[in-house]
Design a protein around this ligand. Structure first.
Ligand code: ATP
Ligand code: MG
Length: 358
C-alpha cells in the first residue's frame, strides 16, 4: 500500500514556541516506517515578532498555505504584550475563526497514581466560536452610573456539532481502550455542562441540543450525564477520575480546561488541539514563557502530546498511541525530566529520551 503523506504546517510563533515546535517535528520524523506514514513540513510565520517585522501577526500567506496545502498544523505559542499594542491581536484566535476550528480539545491525564484526587484521564471539549466570546459588548449610562452588557449567544448548530465532536471523541477513546491501552475508564461517558437552571434559554438550548445530539443511535454505547457548571467544578476537583469526556459552551469550557490542567501539575505537560471538520492544529497549552526563553530548558511534553492529538484527528490513532506511550514512559520512569518537573534535563534530552521509547 502506498504510504499516506500528511502535510504539516509548523508555526513556532514566539518565545519557547521556537524551542518546542522542532521537537514536534522530530517525533513525527521518528515514527516507525511500519506505520506507512510520511510527512512533509512547511514553516509558517505568525506571532508578535512577525507583527513587529511586518505589521501583521497572521500573514495571509500563513492562512492560505494552511488552507490549500496542509492537512494539519502545529502551533507553538505567541507572546501577548501586557499593554495593548495598536493593531496587534492574537493570531491563534484569528486562525480558529478563519479555519472554522470550532472545538478546543484538551485532554488531561495523570501519570502513575496522579496527584490530588487520584488518577485523571479526561478530555474537555470546549465550544470555540460563540457564547460570551462573540465579544458584543456595550457600555451606557444608567440612572445610577455606568452599565456594561455583553451578549451570550448560543446556537443550535454550534451546540449540535460540538456535542457530536464529544460523542466521536468518546467513541474513539473507547476504541483505543479496546486495543489494550491502559485506562481508568470502562465505559465511555460524556458529561454535558451548563447552567440552564439560571440561563434557561441560552444554556437551556445548549443542554437540549447536546442531549439530542448524543441521543443519536451511533452514540448508543455512550453514557450521557449532565452537570450544572458549579457542581461540575466541585466534582471535578473532588473526584476527577469520574470523568471521561466533558463538553461545555465556550466560557465554562475555558475555565474548566485551566482548572483541570492544574490537577496534573506543570503547564508544560498539557496539550490541546483546535479542531474543525477535516483540519486540526495541535497546540501546547502553555504560553511563550518569556522567563525561560532561550535557555533550552522548556518542557517539550505538552508539544509532543499535541502532536499525538493532531494525529488522532487526522485519523492516525495508532501513531498517536505510540507517541502517548513513549511520553508516558518518560514520565513514569521520571529520570529525564525538565526543571519545571523538578528534573535537570534540557529540552533536547527529554526529546531524546521520548524518541528512544518510540
Ligand atoms: P504568555 O504571555 O506567552 O502566556 P506567560 O508569561 O503567561 O507568557 P506561560 O507560558 O503562560 O507564560 O507560562 C507560565 C509559567 O509556566 C512560566 O513561569 C513559564 O516558565 C512556565 N512554563 C510554561 N510552559 C512551560 C514549559 N513548556 N516548560 C517549562 N515551564 C513552562
Ligand atoms: Mg500565559
Amino acid at each position: 500500500m502506498a504510504a499516506r503523506t500528511l502535510r504539516i504546517g509548523l508555526i513556532p510563533g514566539d518565545g519557547i514556541g521556537r524551542e518546542v515546535i522542532p521537537a514536534g517535528r522530530r517525533i513525527l520524523e521518528a515514527l516507525p516506517s511500519s506505520l506507512n506514514l510520511k510527512f512533509s513540513f512547511t514553516d509558517l510565520d505568525a506571532g508578535f515578532e512577525t507583527f513587529q517585522k511586518t505589521g501583521n501577526a497572521l500573514p495571509e500567506k500563513t492562512v492560505e498555505t494552511l488552507k490549500q496545502e496542509c492537512d494539519g498544523a502545529l502551533f507553538g505559542a505567541v507572546s501577548s504584550p501586557t499593554t495593548k499594542v495598536q493593531g496587534y491581536s492574537s493570531p491563534i484566535v484569528a486562525l480558529r475563526k478563519k479555519l472554522d476550528l470550532y472545538a478546543n480539545v484538551r485532554p488531561v491525564k495523570s501519570v502513575g497514581n496522579g496527584d490530588k484526587g487520584g488518577k485523571v484521564d479526561l478530555v474537555i471539549v470546549r465550544e470555540n466560536t460563540e457564547d460570551l466570546y462573540v465579544k458584543e459588548e456595550k457600555t451606557y449610562d444608567g440612572p445610577n452610573g455606568k452599565i456594561a452588557e455583553a451578549i451570550k449567544r448560543i446556537s443550535e448548530r454550534a451546540s449540535f456539532r460540538i456535542a457530536n465532536m464529544a460523542g466521536e471523541i468518546a467513541l474513539r477513546r473507547q476504541r483505543v481502550r479496546k486495543t489494550g491501552a491502559e485506562s481508568i475508564h470502562q465505559k465511555p461517558l460524556v458529561t454535558v455542562t451548563h447552567k440552564s437552571n439560571v440561563l434557561s434559554q441560552t444554556d437551556g438550548l445548549f443542554r437540549e441540543t447536546a442531549r439530542n445530539a448524543l441521543a443519536q443511535s451511533q452514540y448508543n454505547s455512550i453514557g450521557v450525564e449532565e452537570q450544572i457548571v458549579d457542581s461540575m467544578v466541585y466534582n471535578l476537583f473532588r473526584q476527577p477520575s469520574a470523568y471521561d469526556v466533558i463538553v461545555a459552551p465556550n466560557l465554562y469550557g475555558d475555565i474548566l480546561s485551566d482548572g483541570a490542567a492544574a490537577l496534573v501539575g506543570s503547564l508544560g505537560l498539557v496539550p490541546s488541539a483546535n479542531v474543525g471538520d477535516g483540519f486540526a492544529i495541535g497546540e501546547p497549552c502553555h504560553g511563550s514563557a518569556p522567563d525561560i526563553q532561550g535557555q533550552g530548558i522548556a518542557n517539550p511534553i505538552a508539544t509532543l502530546r499535541s502532536v499525538g492529538l493532531m494525529l488522532e484527528f487526522l485519523a492516525e490513532e495508532k501513531a498517536a498511541a505510540m507517541i502517548y506511550k513513549a511520553v508516558d514512559g518518560n514520565l513514569e520512569e521520571g529520570k529525564v525530566l525538565s526543571p519545571d518537573m523538578g528534573g535537570r534535563a534540557r529540552t533536547e534530552q527529554v526529546v531524546e529520551d521520548v524518541l528512544k521509547r518510540l
